[in-house]
Write a new protein. Structure first.
Length: 626
């Protein structure tokens, strides 16, 4: 039976649950942690988790549409002879042969063994065990204990000094992990020298238990209960592990059918239907479930994609066809490297789509807290998840993907906000120095993102803007889910010019906040603007994305959603984007609408009735946001 809530302790500290079983029989599930994660007891527990998953979980063992294997794998069958070797798909690898993957931190100040254009031919012959770091050696031993012959390690299976090979492999990363039998995660290791196994105090791993003898109970032995920590503390402990602070690992966790974590204090098992650890080896108590950090693999995002075609909503901008051989060759090259332009949008999404948005929002919020060695990889490190999902029903074409946002989620998903993180030091969001994404995309921010305002149940009548068009230019046209070099949105809606005053509240958790003081239509003289001075009850209305942006005295507000509930007291809320007008620049060939350009500075919302009415009814304009 599942662990059953019975008694509740002091709020925010502990909960008490009656012990029970979730897998196997009593004798199969008995487990006592030892002083090392590399012990017979630990290996038996791993065997129980794996057996339970492979025999009972439909989602974890779903049949794939067609056999597939990575471009390269490590053949570890010769490990006992002192070496392993690299093999290629078209020569040696069977498309149906199971393989493991390794998730690990490369570390800083440590030169990890890798494959490059100079040593790749030697790696096809042999890679001496003596040259492999401890984490690789441990992963090989773990794979062999699971009766696997092949192992995929990024630094060895991708040619690290080849941009073409790296781009190609990044584009198929979702398949590498989704088709793997298991992902081995060196979760507690900061670099390759640490390895997967740890010594620890077994008393710290054992669950806190107590027995209660009830006076009216016929059972003399009483009943046993577990003391379970507060879910937030448990989740933060998981995130604090070195590997889980790495941006790339999120898609590795989500896409793999099952993950075996080797943490600094204990083992943790994750698959699409079950989560357990050594402390709670029969399955995590219900009070620890429901947190996205812990339950990330239960989301539907890792399942087999239903439709990977290019969306019909995207068409080529090169519509003129040339006559003659040279002209046709030129058109073919233009088509190959063409930019893609968004032609139509939808405001209404299906119920299934809303669930997909919910899962995607959870991924974005968790991903935004992770670190990347190279910020330019921000969209690429999430491309595996993005390319593996299809928002819509099985008969619909795949949804349009716009630098971390989904076409059918707009305009509501433009309402993301930034948050500070209180850790050893305060992490204040900032904009990336290099170009990562357009300003309207959350990916342009280095810092924690909240999608709380990106609701899925807005009434269509609540929308105040219309998305007229969009365009993305990718670094590689073969990988539309990866790195971008430019992009813009064309939006039509009410456009207001406002004056503001800063809110210097030291308790504010936002990077910077302000209140609206004057409003007038864009392009009008502020001497004739409407004054709406805030009072002592007015809360912060303007939330700037960062403290580093140069904020002008005059801000542009684009209301996106306006909600009006007619009750005894009229209740109105208007939310939208805070913009800054950009200096005129030459238009690109893609920008058919020669409109004024703006960039995002933040998010705003107001509940003041007068301000809300003015913003809802301000004259509409069509603008471009870059």
């Amino acid at each position: 039976m599942l662990l059953k809530p019975l008694l509740v302790g002091r709020p925010g500290c502990f909960e008490f649950y009656e012990t029970g079983l979730t897998l196997g029989t009593d004798s199969e599930s008995e487990y006592t942690p030892s002083s090392s994660t590399d012990s017979p007891e630990s290996w038996r527990l791993i065997g129980q988790w794996l057996k339970h998953c492979t025999e009972n979980h439909d989602r974890c063992n779903a049949r794939v549409a067609e056999p597939w294997a990575p471009t390269r794998l490590l053949d570890i069958s010769t490990f006992q002879d002192g070496y392993v070797r690299l093999v290629e798909q078209d020569r040696t690898i069977s498309m149906t042969e199971p393989y493991a993957t390794l998730s690990h931190c490369w570390g800083t100040g440590f030169s990890i063994q890798s494959t490059n254009s100079l040593n790749i031919h030697m790696h096809f012959q042999r890679i001496s065990n003596a040259y492999l770091p401890k984490t690789f050696l441990d992963a090989i031993r773990i794979s062999q204990s699971l009766s696997l012959r092949y192992l995929w390690i990024d630094s060895l299976c991708i040619i690290q000094d080849s941009i073409d090979d790296w781009t190609q492999e990044a584009d198929i990363m979702s398949k590498v992990y989704r088709y793997a039998f298991i992902n081995i995660a060196a979760t507690g290791a900061k670099d390759g020298t640490v390895g997967c196994f740890w010594e620890r105090d077994p008393r710290a791993v054992r669950p806190t238990e107590f027995t209660i003898h009830w006076s009216n109970c016929e059972e003399n032995e009483g009943r046993r209960y577990h003391v379970v920590p507060e879910p937030h503390l448990w989740a933060q402990g998981l995130v604090a592990q070195p590997l889980n602070q790495r941006g790339w690992v999120l898609q590795e966790r989500i896409l793999s059918p099952r993950v075996l974590h080797f943490g600094s204090d204990q083992l943790l098992w994750e698959c699409r239907e079950f989560v357990a650890c050594e402390t709670y080896h029969r399955g995590l108590p219900p009070s620890l479930r429901g947190n996205v950090i812990i339950d990330i693999k239960t989301l539907d995002l890792g399942d087999e994609p239903r439709d990977d075609r290019w969306p019909a909503k995207y068409i080529s901008t090169s519509v003129n066809r040339s006559v003659g051989l040279l002209g046709r060759v030129g058109d073919a090259l233009t088509e190959l490297f063409r930019p893609i332009t968004l032609q139509e949008v939808t405001l209404n999404s299906t119920r299934q789509t809303a669930l997909a948005y919910r899962d995607w929002d959870a991924v974005v919020e968790l991903y935004s807290m992770a670190n990347l060695t190279f910020p330019i990889d921000k969209l690429t490190a999430l491309s595996g998840i993005a390319s593996s999902i299809s928002i819509g029903d099985k008969t619909a074409v795949a949804d349009g993907y716009l630098a971390g946002l989904w076409q059918s989620s707009l305009p509501s998903h433009l309402l993301w906000t930034t948050e500070r993180r209180e850790r050893v030091r305060v992490d204040v969001p900032r904009r990336h120095w290099d170009y990562i994404a357009p300003s309207w995309s959350w990916a342009s921010i280095d810092g924690k993102i909240s999608m709380a305002w990106c609701l899925h149940n807005y009434d269509p009548r609540d929308y105040l803007v219309t998305l007229e068009g969009a365009s993305m230019t990718w670094y590689s046209t073969a990988a539309r889910f990866g790195r971008v070099t430019a992009g813009f949105l064309v939006l039509s809606g009410p456009l207001a010019s406002v004056l503001w005053e800063a809110d210097e509240s030291p308790t504010s958790m936002n990077a910077r906040t302000a209140k609206i003081t004057h409003i007038c239509p864009k392009g009008h003289d502020h001497a004739k603007s409407v004054s709406i001075p805030p009072d002592t009850t007015t809360k912060a209305e303007i939330l700037f994305d960062t403290v580093e942006d140069q904020v002008p005295e005059e801000l542009i507000l684009l209301p996106v959603v306006g909600i009006m509930r007619r009750t005894v007291r009229e209740n109105q809320t208007v939310s939208g984007l805070v913009l800054r007008q950009e200096a005129p620049q030459p238009y690109s060939d893609l920008e058919q609408n020669r409109t004024e350009r703006y960039s995002r500075l933040g998010f705003f919302y107001t509940v003041r009735p007068r301000a809300s009415r003015i913003l809802r009814n301000i004259p509409r304009q069509t603008i471009t946001i870059i």
